[in-house]
Design a protein around this ligand. Sequence first.
Ligand code: ADP
Ligand code: MG
Length: 481
Amino acid sequence: MYKVIIGLEVHCQLKTNSKNFSSAKNTFSEKPNTDVSPADLGHPGTLPYPNKDAVYKALKTSLALNCNVPDEVIFDRKNYFYPDLPKGYQITQITKPMGKSGYLMVRVGDDIKRVDIHQLHLEEDTASLEHFPNFSLLDYNRSGIPLIEIVTEPCIYSADEAVAFLETLRNVFLYCGVSNADSKKGQMRCDVNISVMKDTDTEFGTKVEMKNINAFTTVRNSIEYEIKRQIEVLESGGKVVQETRRYSDEDGKTHTMREKVDAIDYKYYLDPNIPPVLLSEEYISDIKKDIPMLEFDRINKYINDYELSLYDSTILAKDRSVADYFEKVLDFGVDPKLSANWIITVILGSLNKLKVGIDDFFINPKMLSDVIKLVSNGELSQNHAKTILYKAMDTLKNPLEIIQEQGLKQIDDSNKLRPYVIDSINENNDVLMEYLEGKDYVANFFIGKVMAKTNRQANPKVTLEIIKEELEKRRGENEKK
Ligand code: ADP
Ligand code: MG
């Protein structure tokens, strides 16, 4: 048997107004070379100016991932030449990264796994290259965008674990508001390092690196392919070569890009143009206060404190705005299970249909809590409450106002309901005949009729009781004849 060892290096672009060391805009623009400053092009005489917001967001992510943060912010130069790096060096961190020795708790199906974080550092993104058959083009818009790199320990043991980690990590970025982490825009990308070893081996096998994978499905596919390939190599008596491979969606295989020679010497040194900035304890503790309760902990809370299922808790905690909305509804004193049901069935469904986010949704937590309370008091039926909520979405009127205007509360009084029942029976003689012939189930037919007559206000349970009474009465009369 073989064991699989995976370590990930995740890059994530931070959401800031300007770039990491220049005042050019940090945007995802379709038009190449429009958001560029001389510093991003490495022009001589330009100086880097660190972006305070990028530093803040990098530290925030680092603390959210339970890392140790440094006592000062300093940057290093990593020297190499490549067309996408006009300065000839990348400003990054090696001496004192923004975070060290952290971890992230991850749900993998029903299991819980701890993924250890080796380090998190802040650097600048490179320009992007687009290759054509006979030439390549450079877009410097990406050059200098703040980028954090998160390196895990080799502690991930399957494709499922890798993907679950990436999804949980992406949610940390979103919860903390540090990045949109849209992999389609290349805002979140990852390098996958993978090796296999025999159960009985004491040392890791030789690792292969797959660079710059955006989509999580590609992470999964490339890992699954590599596991098979590496085991086949070993089984046939060969050796896995340490190299960089590229996964191709076209054939579902990985292909050699370059063999890894000895480690490249980047001649790192402190960037002399960026003075160190000391981090006060107060500053760090302010950032800590700014970190919301994250998805993993909210799911635990919903299960343990509110007795929700893992399934429901996961749906609610997936999106921070939805989780916040849910918790606000609870603040108005609504039962957690009821609240969860209403949000999952009615609210999320409507958001989907209307294509709006919950923060822009007309039905706010107060309105929803008012309606749910009327249902739990028995003043409003479930169906009725739904009708009112949908009406409120259509008309942009407060649900309570609609209830007041239309007197739409549920009718439970049997004296009020009986005339509707009698009318419904009289108007549908053919159905009555079927009942008299012994088809008891047709009683349900009359509920719909009464609902229509009462604008769906009738209490269905009471209505059915009256219907049965009235039908039995007629059966008795019929038998006497
Ligand atoms: P390198 O010096 O080759 O860049 P590092 O030690 O810096 O390697 O690790 C880079 C990434 O590779 C990390 O995410 C680490 O967890 C992972 N890694 C290291 N060794 C292995 C291995 N034998 N198998 C799989 N992943 C590994
Ligand atoms: Mg490395």
